[in-house]
Design a binder for this molecule. Sequence first.
Ligand SMILES: [Zn+2]
Length: 236
Amino acid sequence: MAYRASSHRYELMRPGEIESERQHAPIAYIPWGSLEWHGLHNAIGLDALKAHAIALDAADITGGVVLPPIFAGYGTMKPFKGFKHTIEVSAETIKALLRELLEQLKDEGFKVLVLIMGHYGKQHVDALMSICEEFQSRHCDIVVLAFPEYQVAVEDGIRGDHAGAYETSLMMHYYPETVDLTLLPKGRKLSIDEDGVGGEDPRVQASAQFGKETAQLIVRRIAERVNETLKSIRTA
Ligand SMILES: [Zn+2]
């Protein structure tokens, strides 16, 4: 299972391990997603699982700790079209949770806080970004980096989607046992309204290989950004 043991998983680390990791690289990753319909072929927790796996890979390069994935999405497919098994969380709740997490991580001595948003509806992103900006304006010795995971690789031609070839491929790479493309309807076009699938057709375009290449690119871009930020703090 790709939801694997990593020396950077905060919840699996002992106090001494957290402390030495923080002294070596005071970076804390916050992988944020949702419990949301992602087509008949994908797991409900896709967004947070994806963000978590990417954060763990990035931490392998940069060092630091990775908080457990947060499954709390606002503006999900449920209010949008009533897609089932989706757990919609309010803007107030996600904002309060993020505010407290940032404050606590600051209190714990982390200097670069990296919010990786696997769920990236505009309402959700705007809500979380408003908290990051508010926090950043109060703490100038800490840097908050916050972005939907695909955004770091837009210049490389990467585009996010919803349960389309992009997200499905990432899951085929990180959590292959959770994807079953045979469950998708055949003989007609998929749509966001009817199937909850948007982007390029996963039945045709999704593959573990594309997922692997995409993940590696995103991880590399995130690591570059985080390492540059850490360096700028240390030389400031
Ligand atoms: Zn998604």
